[in-house]
Design a protein around this ligand. Structure first.
Ligand SMILES: O=C(O)CCC(=O)C(=O)O
Length: 284
């Protein structure tokens, strides 16, 4: 498995994120992009603000907006095709995540977001993990608690064009997040990252980040895959993901299948073969 270069490791520790160019091939970008157009016509989990508690996703028959350039925020993508399961340990992204986090990890959630152009959305800034993670910052030399991979399926250039924005270093040093108005994509210190379709940003849960407005004239598509230390709860499922049996031994382990049924203590020490399963390559 690949490991971080010295430069990537330095960037990770200093900035709280790294950018991998060409993590998906042009063919993969095209396939996933077409797949997202199809996903919006199918049932799945979408936000239901006002109907469900904050951050909860409700089951819908299809996206509210069926236009491929319209807004979509779909969670738990694994049922939409084997390629979404295989992305869980896609190389080299997963290799580097395992290098950063260590082998005692689980896959926690998948998400596809389409940010339409010129819809008035101002963007926002947050940590992942909500109120809990917001005030937890591990040391520079520690392994992170959780990490996300964001795959761009659209080129993003300039600023306020649907960029993924970050406050570099804020995984170590708190930003004043409780200001009124809150810090956002236009505040000093916020960086609008640019990238090509197929690039991947790997970032720490505790890094302050979020989407910028999209004035680019075209929708920006992303895929997001989240990983956590095994002792944490997954975000998309309870216990073992219902589609775990469709995965390789490594994917199954990442989807919560520890090789034995749950009993108190199961998530305290990891299974004895954890290192071998996670770091030993992911074949069928
Ligand atoms: O880029 C987006 O639309 C949102 C990404 C993000 O902020 C997140 O995954 O937490």
């Amino acid at each position: 498995m690949q490991t971080l270069t010295d430069r990537q490791r330095q960037d990770w520790h200093t900035d709280g994120y790294i950018r991998l160019e060409g993590a998906l091939s042009p063919e993969q970008v095209e396939r996933f992009s077409a797949k997202l157009d199809e996903v919006r016509t199918r049932p799945g989990y979408e936000p239901r603000p006002g109907q469900l508690p904050r951050g909860h996703y409700g089951w819908v028959e299809h996206c509210d907006d069926l236009n491929p350039e319209g807004f979509m925020d779909r969670r738990d993508l694994l049922s939409y095709g084997q390629e979404f399961i295989d992305l869980i340990d896609h190389s080299p992204v997963f290799d580097l995540i395992a290098d950063i986090m260590g082998p005692h990890i689980a896959f926690s959630m998948s998400q596809a977001i389409v940010r339409p152009a010129n819809d008035g959305f101002p963007g926002y800034t947050h940590t992942d993990g909500g109120e809990g993670q917001r005030e937890v910052r591990v040391m520079e030399t520690s392994r992170p608690i959780a990490v996300k991979a964001l795959y761009l399926l659209t080129d993003v250039e300039g600023q306020n064009n649907g960029n993924f924005t970050v406050y570099p270093g804020s995984h170590l040093r708190q930003i004043p997040f409780d200001r009124d108005p809150p810090l956002g994509p236009q505040s000093p210190g916020c960086v609008h990252l640019e990238g090509k379709a197929g690039d991947c940003f790997i970032f720490s849960h505790s890094l302050w980040h979020g989407p910028a407005p999209n004035h680019s004239g075209r929708a920006r598509k992303t895929l997001l895959y989240n990983y956590s230390q095994l002792f944490l709860r997954a975000y998309d499922y309870d216990g073992v993901h219902p589609l775990a049996q469709r995965g390789t031994p490594r994917q199954r382990r990442l989807m919560g299948d520890l090789g034995y049924g749950f009993r108190p203590g199961s998530y305290f020490y990891v299974p004895e073969d954890q290192r071998e399963v996670i770091l030993g390559g992911g074949g069928r």
